[in-house]
Design a protein around this ligand. Structure first.
Ligand SMILES: N[C@@H]1[C@@H](O)[C@H](O)[C@@H](COP(=O)(O)O)O[C@@H]1O
Length: 264
C-alpha cells in the first residue's frame, strides 16, 4: 500500500487527478470506478478543468459507480446518478451510455446487482477504482461487518452513515436506508485502487485502515491486501497515524526513484 500524506484536500485532489490522467494517457479506453460524497468533488473538478483547459478527452472511457440508494430514481436530486451527472458527466465528453450507476429503482435488486457485476466483467474489469471512506471505515456502502469477499448487493446503512449523509436531504424528505453497492471483492478486483481521505473526521478510520489489522470491522483495511492500492490523505486525516514520518520518507524516495528511471 502506497501511503501519501499531502498538505491539503486540494493537494489530494491534484494527486488523484494526476493518477487518473496518467491512466487515461496510457489507456484512452480506461475503465474507471467512481465514488460519490464530498471528498471526490475536488478531483472531479480537476478532471473537468483538464478537459476544458487541456483538451483531455474522456470519449472512450467507461465508468462504474460504487453505489446507489435503493428507491431513488436517477433524476432524484439526491441519487448518486444525479450527483455524478451534475458533478462530472455533464461537464466532460464521456459517452452517456458508457457511464454506469447501480439501478436504485430495479424491480429485482438481486438481478440488477448480478447484471452490474457482469457489465464490469464485460468491460474488462476496472483499471482504476476511486474510493472515499466513511468515518467508520466503510468503502462504497460496505459497512463494518461486510464480508471482505462480497460482491455487488443490497446493503443496509448504519445509523451513523445515514446521519452523516442526512446533510444532503431536506428536513422530512425520504432518506433511503438501503443501498446497492459494489462489494469489497468487486472493489479488490480493480487493477489499481485510489482511496482519498481528508479532514479530521477520517483520522480514526485511516489509522484503522492503514495500521490496524485487516478486518471487516474496518472495511477499508482490506486495501492492505491489494497489490496496487494508493491512499492519499491530508494532514488532518493522517493525524492519528503512528508511522506518518516513515510514509512521508517512503514517498520522497519513490518520487526520486521515479525521476531517476524516467531520466534514464
Ligand atoms: N457511499 C458513500 C461513500 O462512497 C463515501 O466514501 C462516504 C464518505 O463521503 P464523504 O466523502 O462525503 O465523507 O459517503 C457515502 O457513504
Amino acid at each position: 500500500m502506497r501511503v501519501v500524506i499531502v498538505g491539503s484536500a486540494h493537494d489530494a485532489a491534484a494527486y488523484g487527478c494526476d493518477l487518473f490522467l496518467g491512466q487515461l494517457h496510457d489507456k484512452p479506453t480506461s475503465v474507471f470506478g467512481l465514488a460519490t460524497g464530498s471528498t471526490p468533488l475536488a478531483l472531479y473538478q480537476a478532471l473537468i478543468d483538464a478537459h476544458r483547459n487541456q483538451g483531455i478527452s474522456f470519449a472512450q472511457v467507461t465508468t462504474f459507480n460504487l453505489d446507489e440508494y435503493v428507491g431513488l430514481a436517477g433524476d432524484h436530486s439526491q441519487s448518486y446518478r444525479h450527483f455524478m451527472q451534475r458533478n462530472l458527466f455533464d461537464c466532460i465528453d464521456v459517452a452517456p451510455e458508457n457511464t454506469h450507476v447501480p439501478n436504485g429503482m430495479a424491480e429485482n435488486a438481486e438481478l440488477a446487482c448480478a447484471e452490474y457485476e457482469a457489465q464490469i466483467m464485460n468491460a474488462g474489469g476496472i483499471d482504476l477504482q476511486l474510493l472515499g471512506v466513511g468515518r467508520n471505515g466503510h468503502i462504497g456502502f460496505n459497512e463494518p461487518s461486510s464480508s471482505l469477499v462480497s460482491r455487488t448487493r443490497v446493503k443496509t446503512l448504519t445509523e451513523g452513515t445515514i446521519a452523516d449523509n442526512a446533510r444532503f436531504f431536506a428536513d422530512g424528505e425520504y432518506q433511503p436506508s438501503l443501498s446497492l453497492t459494489m462489494g469489497i471483492g468487486t472493489i479488490m478486483d480493480a487493477r489499481r485502487v485510489l482511496l482519498i481521505a481528508t479532514g479530521d473526521s477520517k483520522a480514526d478510520a485511516m489509522r484503522a485502515a492503514i495500521e490496524g489489522p485487516v478486518s471487516a470491522a474496518c472495511p477499508a483495511s482490506i486495501l492492505q491486501m491489494h497489490a496496487d492500492a494508493i491512499v492519499v490523505m491530508d494532514e488532518a486525516a493522517a493525524a492519528k497515524l503512528r508511522n506518518a514520518e516513515f510514509y512521508r520518507f517512503v514517498e520522497t524516495q519513490r518520487i526520486k526513484l521515479a525521476a531517476k528511471s524516467s531520466a534514464a
